[in-house]
Design a protein. Structure first.
Length: 371
């Protein structure tokens, strides 16, 4: 028997909506053959919703609904109507999107506050089994709920918003962010002493390095790189053949990128090929962590490209939107207009006509002699 203290711990944890690994082993509960057949049909898109419950130590089908509208139009109607106030269950709800394995699904683990503790434990320990039986590759999102507001359509959207929020910064990243903020706020004068931010160096992947070599040899005219945050590496994103008119379409609107473009053009009758580096950062559409790391890695990347690959970068450009990359803008950045020399300020002429006789100022010695 489970003692009262442990039961109290489980109930408090459920009310606070915490996830606890209540049992260290699987329950051994499996899906029936009929449920497995339904799972196979569901993965092909035959159903919009499946409700699965545990009965007689087996996973059985509690309810099923076929699609009739778009997923968000019938979400609350189907999901909330199949939830009981005192009975846990599993809900599999199909989205309209697909991945490489088929339709994508939302997996909802419903465990209401007032359900029996033993039921909560049983359903919590069988979740992994159900996901494995159905196919984890089809499950796009997973939600745990104790009240209906948690698993409603608005609750699901809040869940997505929280997942998309930027990850918290480490102590070192927060320190670097504060240094940047202080640099922006510092007043600059002749005697100002600057505290510089040491750049972060991420290694370049082999594919990215070879692509830049081919850019240097003229085999590629465009190379796009991005940062793999998980592996802390700068990797190759694209080498699509690109003309000036294509550049705006190469700039992502929701993430930063490094671009190397072989700019072929005519200047004063000469056919030129100039490598232009473009650093695109779409403002605050990116997280603080992404903006900071792209900015910090830029200098070390350019230094490596110029020294190790001997690529001469004639112009470095920073933009927020691809719309800025017009043919005129790029040409003027590479070949800025030469301003004429400033005309020396001419001293204005004096008034016309005679200005009178010049006055002679006598010294004090002359006055004494005259007297």
């Amino acid at each position: 028997e489970i003692d009262d203290c442990f039961i109290h711990f489980l109930v408090v944890g459920a009310r606070r909506k915490k996830f606890y690994n209540i049992m260290s082993h699987q329950t051994g509960i499996q899906a029936t053959a009929d449920v497995q057949d339904i799972f196979a049909r569901a993965r092909n898109g035959a159903f919009r919703l499946l409700k699965v419950i545990i009965e007689n130590e087996q996973l059985i089908l509690g309810a099923a609904k076929e699609p009739s509208k778009s997923w968000d139009k019938e979400y609350d109607c189907h999901v909330l109507s199949h939830l009981e106030d005192k009975q846990p269950c599993y809900i599999l709800y199909r989205l309209d999107s697909q991945n490489a394995q088929g339709y994508e699904w939302i997996f909802i683990a419903w465990s209401p506050d007032h359900s029996p503790v033993r039921q909560k434990m049983l359903y919590a320990a069988t979740r992994a089994t159900l996901k494995k039986e159905f196919g984890g590759g089809h499950i796009k999102n997973e939600i745990f709920g104790t009240v209906k507001e948690d698993v409603s359509l608005s609750g699901y959207k809040k869940h997505l918003t929280m997942e998309a929020a930027p990850l918290p910064l480490t102590a070192a990243e927060e320190e670097l962010r504060q240094i940047k903020i202080n640099e922006v706020k510092t007043e600059i004068c002749v005697d100002t002493k600057h505290q510089t931010l040491q750049g972060v160096t991420f290694p370049l992947s082999k594919e990215a390095f070879h692509a830049l070599e081919k850019l240097s040899n003229g085999k590629y005219n465009y190379v796009q790189l991005k940062i793999d945050f998980q592996n802390e590496t700068i990797i190759l994103e694209s080498t699509a053949s690109t003309e000036v008119k294509d550049l705006p379409h190469r700039i992502p609107t929701d993430s930063a990128r490094y671009h190397f473009f072989l700019y072929k053009h005519v200047h004063e009758g000469d056919h030129l090929e100039s490598v232009v580096f473009i650093y695109s950062m779409p403002g605050y559409n990116c997280s603080i962590r992404e903006r900071m790391l792209y900015s910090s890695c830029k200098s070390s990347l350019l230094s490596m490209v110029e020294k190790q690959l001997s690529i001469e970068i004639v112009k470095k450009i920073e933009i927020e939107s691809g719309a800025e990359l017009t043919p005129e803008f790029i040409y003027e950045e590479v070949h800025p207009k030469q301003h004429a020399h400033k005309q020396v300020f001419a001293k204005p002429k004096g008034p016309a006509g005679k200005r009178g006789i010049k006055r002679l100022i006598k010294g004090s010695g002359e006055n004494e002699v005259g007297n």
